[in-house]
Design a protein around this ligand. Structure first.
Ligand code: PLP
Length: 404
């Protein structure tokens, strides 16, 4: 008889963004005249930069001719892209990462979900709370956790590292020693960034204990302060304890184009086995390569024109972030994030729960944000706004929020 992977049944019902969509759709039906403004989901809104569009057109045309047509891409990615990444994202920042330690993929969601597969089922996982839900849910699916604990609103068997106002929304080294530590900086949802000095403490800790850090740097392009590292490999010793995940979604608007990569240094060995080797085996077996035209688009991200255009695009979103942050602060809200990240994390006023504040904003300002409690128990009492809208929408939404 067929059985199913019952670990999936541990996952609580509704996904955060479906619940939000349901609430918004009901409200819109009941209030058809309301013009709802969305500062909720972390999707970009600006079109692809001209340098990327040109590269896409060029590579699409190559596909029309026998001499330049490309079929399956190399499993691990085309050399032209891996070389561009190794140079621009690592060598130029003083990080010792070579092109053959870079694995091209279709994005950081798949990589952050799939990476746990190369680790044993008995590894103990540590995550920040609140957290990007993919890290936890994929470990639940793999059977690396206990049941969902309704009272605590989290999973048994996972080490949660609360990120609170009192610790500047940064995790503290947990009492119980984890095997796998997921860190994401700049952070989704809180927008917090970690200094190089603080990140070095995590690297030293992982090297001391034998843990592996899975470092999600999907938002590194939004860093504006100089003491904030863009990569974990800026820290000494990270080559022996860290895997880095990167995405083209937020720095270059590839959310619908799909491209990302994972870095695994060759020195990263656990249980006597090279993790680079295991990931190469996994990637080669289960992934048939990101499309040629998309990898060419990725290459254009590193061209001089591409870099300039994308700096402007990121600056456009960061102007929104700055606007949201400063206007809400002026209006008396307690706000954080928004300086090195496109997310603003605000404390709900008047002791409202995250969902109460969501309903309040939807009903009275017709603005949609994301309840902090959707990212974990310690997100309760907080709320996430994103800077990915247009400047005009952002201004209007914040004006409405500050008027109610
Ligand atoms: N990692 C974090 C922390 C994210 O917030 C997101 C998307 O919102 C992703 C990864 C997914 O990135 P991608 O679009 O490359 O799959």
């Amino acid at each position: 008889m067929v059985t199913v992977n019952r670990n999936y049944l541990k996952l609580p019902g509704s996904y955060l963004f479906s619940t939000i969509a349901g609430k918004v759709s009901t409200f819109q039906k009941e209030n058809p005249e309301a013009r709802i403004l969305r500062l909720g989901i972390g999707d970009v809104t600006q079109p692809l930069a001209p340098a990327i569009i040109e590269s896409l057109h060029r590579s699409v045309d190559e596909m029309a001719h026998q001499e330049t047509f490309r079929g399956y891409a190399p499993d691990l990615g085309y050399e032209f892209l891996r070389d561009a990444i190794a140079k621009n994202d690592y060598k130029d920042r003083g990080c010792n990462i070579s092109a053959d330690e870079i694995f091209i993929s279709d994005g950081a969601k798949s990589d952050s979900g799939n990476i746990q597969e190369i680790f044993g089922a008995d590894n103990k996982v540590a995550v920040c709370d609140p957290v990007y839900p993919v890290y936890v849910d994929t470990n639940v699916m793999a059977g690396r956790t206990g049941a969902y604990n309704k009272e605590k609103e989290n999973f048994d068997g996972v080490i949660y590292m609360p990120c609170l106002e009192s610790n500047g929304f940064l995790p503290e080294i947990p009492e119980e020693v984890p095997d796998l530590i997921y860190l994401c900086f700049p952070n989704n949802p809180s927008g917090a960034a970690i200094t190089k000095e603080k990140l070095q403490e995590w690297v030293d800790y992982a090297n001391r204990t034998g843990a592996v850090i899975i470092y999600d740097a999907a938002y590194e392009a939004y860093i504006t302060e100089t003491d904030i590292p863009h990569s974990i490999y800026e820290c000494n010793g990270a080559r022996t304890c860290a895997i880095e995940l990167r995405s083209f979604s937020k720095n270059a608007g590839f959310t619908g184009v799909r491209l990302g990569f994972t870095v695994i240094p060759r020195e990263l060995v656990r249980d006597g086995v090279s993790l680079h080797r295991l990931w190469a085996r996994r990637h080669g077996t289960k992934f048939n390569g990101a499309p040629y035209i998309v990898q060419r688009a990725g290459e254009a991200v590193y061209s001089q024109e591409g870099k300039k255009q994308l700096r402007e695009q990121v600056a456009y979103y960061m102007r929104n972030a700055h606007y949201i942050y400063s206007e809400l602060k002026k209006a008396g809200y307690s706000v954080s994030g928004g300086v090195n990240a496109p997310y603003i994390w605000l404390k709900t006023p008047d002791q409202m729960s995250s969902w109460e504040f969501f309903d309040h904003l939807l009903r009275n300002a017709h603005v949609v944000g994301t309840p902090g409690s959707g990212f974990g128990a310690h997100g309760e009492g907080f709320f996430r706004l994103t800077a990915f809208g247009s400047y005009e929408t952002t201004q209007e939404a914040i004006h409405r929020i500050t008027q109610i």
